[in-house]
Design a protein around this ligand. Structure first.
Ligand code: ADP
Ligand code: S3P
Ligand code: MG
Length: 172
């Protein structure tokens, strides 16, 4: 069964788009971060605080493999870092996988994240200036991995509905 995988930088809309696409298509939706939170009974912030990022990356890899192994068709929203660790990007090319990079500009990401950082431990403590510089550098570092996706959808200046329609057109 096919897995439709949404990837991209924090704030590009993976969780929002996956959820909305699920409503339209009736294909079940899974958010990798939410699966990790449910499994550990800890929030992403708590996992980073108590156990550190390396531990989170290990859990993230294990949970991603587990989701891919389940037989059901599903839409999976990854975390922003998922393709960039533990060779997870290789899993974006599997036979039963359609991977889609939701590509957003630094400006779009900054605009969404600046008021939405508290649940994202990598940026939670940054001031506005630090954050803009961080996003620019981090996105550059990660782009190699994001570009391993089979398809790319630009999300700047699009409504949630427009992005969902663009993805559905790719899948048609
Ligand atoms: N056109 C849009 N598409 C997706 N998200 C949008 C859009 N406009 C505003 N947002 C907001 O941007 C944020 C995206 O966050 P989220 O879906 O959690 O992204 P991710 O899972 O990629 O980090 C949400 O707060 C969402 O409401
Ligand atoms: O980019 C990252 O490394 C992360 C992104 C987050 O997911 P979202 O992209 O859904 O915010 C979450 O997995 C964690 O805070 C780390
Ligand atoms: Mg998310």
């Amino acid at each position: 069964m096919k897995k439709i995988i949404l990837l991209g930088y924090m704030g590009c809309g993976k969780s929002t788009i996956a959820q909305n696409m699920s409503k339209i298509t009736n294909i079940p939706f899974l958010d990798l971060d939410k699966c990790i939170e449910d499994r550990t009974n800890l929030s992403i912030n708590e996992i980073f605080e108590k156990h550190g990022e390396i531990y989170f990356r290990k859990l993230e890899h294990e949970m991603f493999v587990e989701l891919l192994q389940s037989p059901e068709k599903s839409i999976i929203g990854l975390g922003g870092g998922t393709p960039c660790y533990a060779n997870n990007h290789e899993l974006l090319k599997g036979d039963d996988v359609v991977s889609i990079y939701l590509k957003a500009s630094i400006e779009t990401l900054y605009g969404r994240l600046v008021h939405n950082k508290s649940k994202r431990p990598l940026i939670a403590e940054m001031n506005e200036e630090e954050m803009k510089e961080f996003i620019a550098k981090h996105l550059f570092d990660r782009s190699f991995y994001y570009n391993q996706a089979q398809y790319k959808v630009t999300v700047d200046d699009k409504t949630v509905e427009e992005t969902v329609q663009d993805i559905l057109a790719i899948l048609a």
